[in-house]
Design a protein around this ligand. Structure first.
Ligand SMILES: [Fe+2]
Length: 263
């Protein structure tokens, strides 16, 4: 597995250099402008729960330690979509479109890479052995480790400026992820023996995971830039949007994350 971990690290370094991650750090833009990409990843983030529950997880493990590790990971992350929805409201994106127009957006050309990320990963996982699932989880975690430290900084800035706490993009989710077991300790993973054919196929899988995430990063950047060029009303400062979100959240308590699950 050592070669697989090395490949994941190499792809992660290249991933971090993509223009989307420069955009997230572009100080010439306001923090809420840099979050204009947020609605474009809805399909992927919402599908991630299903990916965990119905693709990664296999409860009948029959003593398979690798699958048991994947199962633990799958339980840790399967309800984080609630936090995503919470920030969606706080940022005012629920006002971006009306009713059925959301369907055209979520299944339209401009969000294709996000859907493909969900679909292709589901397919990859279905055909993966438990040890290959660990490699896929590790690749997904490392892609997330490029993204969330940058959104954390934006969430901090928004909290300083407006008092609004973005729990998905900020510290709350970041701390949950930091407590995760993830795919497991790198040293222990490196010790896992793979035969040549398995190693080769696992390297291909990891390569595809990062190819998909690269397309994803390019797509969400394209969406953000289009939104910024249009200066659409969705880019309301979060403080204003937060008032509407607070009212909506009070009316819909089911949209809050399950407190018992995360405490
Ligand atoms: Fe998460």
């Amino acid at each position: 597995m050592e070669a697989v971990l090395a490949a994941i690290n190499e792809r992660k370094q290249a991933f971090a250099k993509l223009p989307f991650f420069e955009f997230l750090q572009d100080e010439s833009l306001e923090p809420h402008e840099r979050l204009a990409f947020y609605p474009a990843m809805a399909h992927w983030i919402m599908s991630f729960a299903d990916l965990n529950k119905y693709f990664l997880r296999a409860e009948a493990t029959a003593g398979d330690a690798h699958q048991q590790r994947v199962n633990v990971y799958s339980h840790e992350d399967d309800d984080h979509w609630r936090l995503y929805v919470e920030d969606f409201r706080k940022l005012g994106f629920h006002q971006m479109l009306d009713g059925a127009d959301w369907l055209g957006f979520l299944w339209g050309d401009e969000t294709r890479a996000n859907r493909m990320l969900s679909y292709r990963l589901s397919h990859l996982i279905t055909g993966a052995t438990s040890v290959q699932r660990i490699a896929i989880v590790e690749a997904m975690e490392e892609a997330a480790n490029v993204f969330f430290p940058l959104t954390l900084r934006l969430a901090e800035q928004i909290r300083e400026e407006t008092g609004v706490e973005l729990r998905y993009l900020g510290h709350f989710h970041f701390n949950l992820e930091a407590e995760h077991t993830g795919a497991g300790d790198h040293d222990a993973l490196a010790q896992i023996e793979l035969d040549d054919a398995t190693r080769r196929r696992t390297l291909e899988m990891v390569g595809e995971v990062f190819d998909l995430f690269e397309d994803w990063a390019d797509e969400v950047l394209r969406f953000a830039e289009t939104q910024l060029s249009k200066r659409t009303p969705m880019l309301a400062p979060p403080a204003a949007a937060a008032a509407a979100a607070a009212a909506a959240a009070t009316a819909r308590p089911e949209h809050f994350i399950k407190v018992s699950r995360i405490m």
